[in-house]
Write a protein that binds this ligand. Structure first.
Ligand code: PEP
Ligand code: MN
Length: 334
């Protein structure tokens, strides 16, 4: 349920309404917008008499929210959410470029890639330390050492770092990571999502490759219901009938999610199309469709990358793409 307040509501009346709702075990989320304030009510709202609330002097309107996601719902929070992560601002009409290798491999590798992508305009360094692999025999990432090397790259460049978590037991190792990525295959690992809701670090939630928008938003809701509202969505493709690209990049997700949610929406073209040459072909379309940013795999030596080399752009190619994307973004903003 949402309660739309009249402009400049009487504070004492507002406090007493919130206290009354809390007494009824309703969680009240206040969203102060530029023109009006909205109260988002989560809990057993069926027991709340909407007519009673509508009759209050400070209330303009009361609406029941049909969708099962509440905190993530745009109706709860009409203004776009902007998330701060180690100095980077994500959402609200800016274009955030996250870039880096699939996996951290060595200090020399991660620092040199970090310097290159920073010079090209990336504002977040992405790199994996715990890699969820289809095969148990494949390289699983450098683990704790990989996280330490990402921090070294952050010290060298000032770029905030994003890395994927594979298990909630790893959470203490992410205490000093700026953005925690939940991979596509963990999108419905509800135990992990609940844990991530109990801490404040921004979480980048990849879309499961077989997940619909509502399932994806319900996963965001798991994190938000725990109290962590710093959730970034990232579209990385869905399963399709076509083997030419690994996944089908769903660009419709961007404008549709823009209506459904206030959370920032990024696009990861690299994992979706899985070929380096195809990334710059499709990435501008994501910007044109209104993405809040992109996550792109970049490697200085893709032929020798331990994983995802074929989809990793060389730094020079990323540099050209970054320039093109920021020019397109500036043009579209007018
Ligand atoms: C990645 O970002 O490199 C990655 C492997 O992501 P996912 O787990 O979503 O496939
Ligand atoms: Mn990868």
């Amino acid at each position: 349920m949402i309660v739309v307040l009249k402009q400049n509501p009487n504070q004492a009346q507002l406090d007493s309404l919130i206290a009354w709702l809390k007494e009824k075990q309703i969680d009240v989320h206040e969203s102060v917008g530029t023109s009006r304030t909205i109260l988002g009510l989560v809990g057993d709202t069926a027991a709340i008499d909407a007519d009673l609330i509508s009759a209050l002097e400070i209330v303009e309107d009361v609406k029941r929210v049909q969708e099962p996601y509440k905190h993530a719902n745009r109706k709860f929070h009409p203004e776009p959410t902007v998330i701060s992560a180690g100095g980077a601002q994500i959402g609200g009409g800016s274009l955030t470029l996250m870039a880096g290798p699939c996996s951290v491999e060595s200090e020399e590798q991660i620092v040199s890639i970090a310097k290159a992508v920073k010079a090209s305009g990336a504002s977040v360094l992405r790199g994996g330390a715990f890699k969820p692999r289809t095969s148990p025999y494949s390289f699983q990432g450098m683990g704790e050492e990989g996280i330490a090397l990402l921090k070294t790259a952050r010290e060298e460049t000032g770029l905030p770092i994003a890395a994927e978590i594979a298990d909630s037991a790893q959470l203490p190792l992410f205490a000093d990571v700026d953005i925690i990525q939940v991979g596509a295959r963990n999108m419905q690992n509800f135990a992990l999502l609940k844990e991530l809701g109990t801490q404040e670090k921004p979480v980048m939630l990849m879309r499961g490759h077989c997940a619909g928008y509502e399932e994806w938003l319900m996963s965001a809701e798991y994190i938000m219901a725990g109290g962590n509202h710093n959730v970034i969505l990232c579209e990385g493709g869905v399963r399709s009938i076509e083997p030419e690209a690994r996944y089908l990049l769903d660009l419709s997700a961007i404008p549709i999610l823009r209506r459904l949610t206030h959370l920032p929406v990024l696009v990861d073209p690299s994992h979706a199309v899985s070929r380096a040459w195809l990334v710059p072909e499709i990435a501008p379309a994501a910007v044109a469709a209104g993405a809040d940013g992109l996550s792109v795999e970049v490697h200085h030596d893709p032929e020798h990358a331990v994983m995802d080399g074929p989809q990793s752009m060389r730094p020079e190619a990323f540099d050209a793409l970054a320039k093109q994307l920021s020019a397109l973004h500036a043009y579209l903003k007018g």
